[in-house]
Design a protein around this ligand. Structure first.
Ligand SMILES: [Mg+2]
Length: 375
């Protein structure tokens, strides 16, 4: 009765970006341009011969900590029934309880948790979205990767047009430069280029104080933006709530928060119209589902951050029709490509997440370790 986890393999891969990108945190000197994404993978094999793949990620720093933590706790999965995801999540959490329930500790667990959900969906022969209870087979999709601040406005316009021609349904550009007038110029140029009817979002990556955010928000009300993202420090829940009450344009945030209670605070304070949790960052699919249930109860939209490969399933299983974020940076790590049509990303019809690691990944291997016997 019950299957058993036979082996667990962890990998750390440094996946290079085609082009270094900069958001407002770079424009104001807080961070260096982003050149690669570091990914922690977890591959599980069971006695029944099923496999599961999960992953977590970091930008700039932290993946070595995630890998080290995952390496310390992974053996707790061996010999356990992979269907008991709730029990195994707690087991992994308590194994490393002294380093807490958020941040790198739970991001390390996220890779294993996602792999366990992948096993469960593959066992059922269902895409993860259908295992969770899908509301739709395709999710609205917007592009972010073409709208970074290092790109001249002509390039941003060209890439926006190319995204729309590829079937993507909305465009997001970065703002939050030291000179707010430059943000306004770029925003107006993109709005004119893509037309008044194309959904358009902006993302300030936490660069404004409360007064500056209110000034910007009032100045752009007539542009009909879908949302203004991260106008304030990620942890200023009260500030986001005040801004949301003062503006007609909805507020979006949540991507930087690494624990369930931080996201629940945004829900409780009605600080956002669009909540943006991130499965790897918040500790896996299991905690993400808690957040999503509470967000739905509060009548909020949930538009998950990055990681479209996992989030297309979760957005399809969320009651309200929302958006996934098109950023193609992780694509080289996988064999499969997500399909986009008519402004929507299609949920893969393959079992589980529908992902397998690419052969190319070996070029980017930083570290790996295996537990148990793979044969
Ligand atoms: Mg963002």
């Amino acid at each position: 009765m019950g299957d058993r986890v036979r082996s667990v393999r962890l990998g750390h891969y440094a996946v290079p970006l085609d082009q270094a990108v900069s958001d407002a945190k770079v424009a104001t000197g807080r961070q260096r341009p982003l050149t690669q994404i570091d990914v922690l993978t977890c591959e599980i094999v069971t006695d029944d011969g099923l496999t599961g793949l999960g992953f977590s990620y970091t930008t700039r720093a932290g993946c070595r900590a995630q890998f080290a933590h995952a390496k310390e706790i992974a053996e707790n999965l061996l010999g356990e029934d992979p269907s008991d995801i709730g029990r195994l999540y707690d087991r992994l959490l308590w194994a490393g309880a002294s380093v807490g329930r958020s941040g790198a500790a739970t991001q390390a667990i996220a890779a294993a948790d996602t792999a366990l959900w992948d096993v469960k969906a593959r066992r059922a022969g269902l895409p993860l979205a259908k295992l969770l209870g899908a509301h739709r087979d395709a999710v609205r999709v917007y592009n972010t990767s073409g709208g970074y601040l290092q790109a001249p406005i002509e390039e941003v316009k060209e890439r926006a047009a190319a995204s729309l021609a590829d079937g993507i349904g909305g465009i997001k550009i970065k703002v939050g430069q030291p000179d707010m007038r430059e943000d306004s110029r770029r925003l107006a140029a993109v709005r004119e280029h893509i037309g008044a009817d194309t959904p358009l979002m902006v993302d300030a990556n936490q660069q404004w104080d409360r007064q500056a955010a209110l000034r910007f928000g009032r100045a752009v009300e007539e542009l009909g933006l879908v949302w203004i993202e991260e106008p304030l420090d990620a942890y200023d829940a009260e500030g986001h709530a005040q801004l949301a009450a003062a503006l007609d344009t909805p507020i979006a945030t949540g991507e930087m928060l690494t624990g369930v209670p931080d996201l629940v605070r945004l829900i409780d304070l009605r600080a956002v119209g669009f909540l943006q949790p991130d499965v790897p960052r918040v500790g896996g699919i299991t905690p993400y589902l808690k957040v999503a249930a509470l967000a739905d109860h509060a009548h909020l939209q949930v538009t998950p951050h990055f990681v479209m490969e996992i989030h297309v399933h979760l957005a399809a299983a969320y009651p309200r029709d929302s958006w996934v974020e098109h950023i193609e940076w992780l694509s080289p790590l996988f064999e499969e490509r997500l399909r986009i049509d008519g402004g929507r990303m299609l949920v893969p019809d393959r079992p589980g997440l529908g992902l397998t690691l690419s052969e190319r990944r070996h070029e980017w291997l930083v570290d790996d370790v295996a537990f148990g016997t793979a044969e």
